[in-house]
Design a binder for this molecule. Structure first.
Ligand SMILES: Cc1cc2nc3c(=O)[nH]c(=O)nc-3n(C[C@H](O)[C@H](O)[C@H](O)COP(=O)(O)O)c2cc1C
Length: 299
């Protein structure tokens, strides 16, 4: 029973497909490998997990090089050939009207035409892991075609990827000053990640404005540094501003898309509810309904 569940679950992973090319004692070859992925930027490394019986693995062990050709959505038939037969059975690259090799070279590692990415790799490390062998290659040359779309693989079937799914964000239209406050802080990042505190008093919210904020009144917030604890960073900021506010556990995540004219800025707010302990001259209370940002933060 347990094994059956595992087998079914295994089919639900979603991958792309690469055509792994190699050359060896029996000549050039291609196999299909869904278990292929980039695993390092610098050096650029690609790992492929290959079963022991394949001709490809024999070739790679011998020549210490291979090609990774990321299949495009029009190449499902080629993938099916590369994955359906072994070089021991047939010379797949020689099947009429199938694979087109880039360039004319009949020696070395071939690369397949019409793929999304073609990378030539030198063997970096090789290690048996479970019932497959992890072959890691260092990319020595690479080319790509951005006009091609990748082939997706799921439940033993081939798919093309669909339309972009934008994670849900609340739209908030703001004036130029408010927009600039956030946009300047973003340093052209696609999303800025902020931590802020919401302190309510009836239909008002605690806001502050300081010279760094272009005199826009907004909840106390910061852009925490990467890998720094958000709550602690916010607490430190509040302390430095002489705000005596205690933060509750369990923050909310508010995802906004801020608009001003044609300009947009995506903002992820980690929002802590806060309780103010004593008064300070650095903040004031603002009616929530008069401020689009405040309204969107509590929606
Ligand atoms: C869609 C698809 C994905 C595959 N993914 C892998 C894989 O990630 N690793 C692997 O070892 N075999 C994988 N295979 C099986 C090999 O491609 C197959 O065993 C092939 O015949 C090996 O060829 P060779 O003996 O000529 O090297 C896949 C097959 C298909 C159809």
């Amino acid at each position: 029973m347990k094994k059956k569940i595992m087998q079914s679950a295994q089919q639900l992973f979603m991958t792309g497909i690469s055509l792994i090319t190699s050359n060896g004692p029996n000549g050039q070859n291609v196999m299909a490998a869904e278990w292929t992925m980039q695993i390092s930027y610098e050096p650029m490394l690609i790992a492929v997990f290959i079963h022991e019986g394949s001709s490809t693995l024999k070739n790679i062990r011998k020549t210490k090089q291979f090609g990774v050709n990321v299949a495009s959505e029009k190449q499902s038939t080629l993938v099916s050939i590369a994955g359906g037969y072994s070089r021991k059975e047939i010379d797949k690259l020689n099947i009429h009207n199938s694979f087109q090799i880039l360039g004319l070279k009949k020696t070395g590692v071939p690369l397949i035409a019409d793929c999304l990415i073609n990378a030539k790799c030198k063997l970096f490390t090789i290690k048996k892991i479970g019932d497959h062998t992890m072959v890691v290659g260092r990319v020595v040359s690479i080319r790509y075609d951005e006009t091609k779309n990748p082939l997706a693989y799921h439940r033993n079937r081939y798919f093309r990827i669909g339309s972009i799914i934008e994670p849900i964000r609340d739209k908030v239209i703001v004036n130029k000053k408010t927009f600039n406050l956030f946009h300047r802080q973003s340093e052209n990042k696609f999303i800025i990640k902020c931590a802020g505190v919401i302190v309510r008093s009836k239909n008002k919210m605690l806001v502050t404005s300081n010279p760094g904020q272009n005199l826009v009144s907004i909840i106390p917030f910061i852009q925490p540094k990467k890998n720094q604890d958000y709550k602690r960073s916010l607490e430190n900021y509040l302390q430095s501003m002489k705000f005596s506010i205690t933060l509750k556990e369990e923050p909310r995540l508010k995802r906004l898309i801020m608009k001003n004219g044609d300009r947009v800025q995506r903002i992820n707010f980690i929002l802590f509810e806060g309780k103010i302990k004593n008064r300070s001259k650095f903040y004031f209370w603002k009616l929530v309904k008069t401020d689009p940002v405040l309204k969107s933060l509590i929606k």
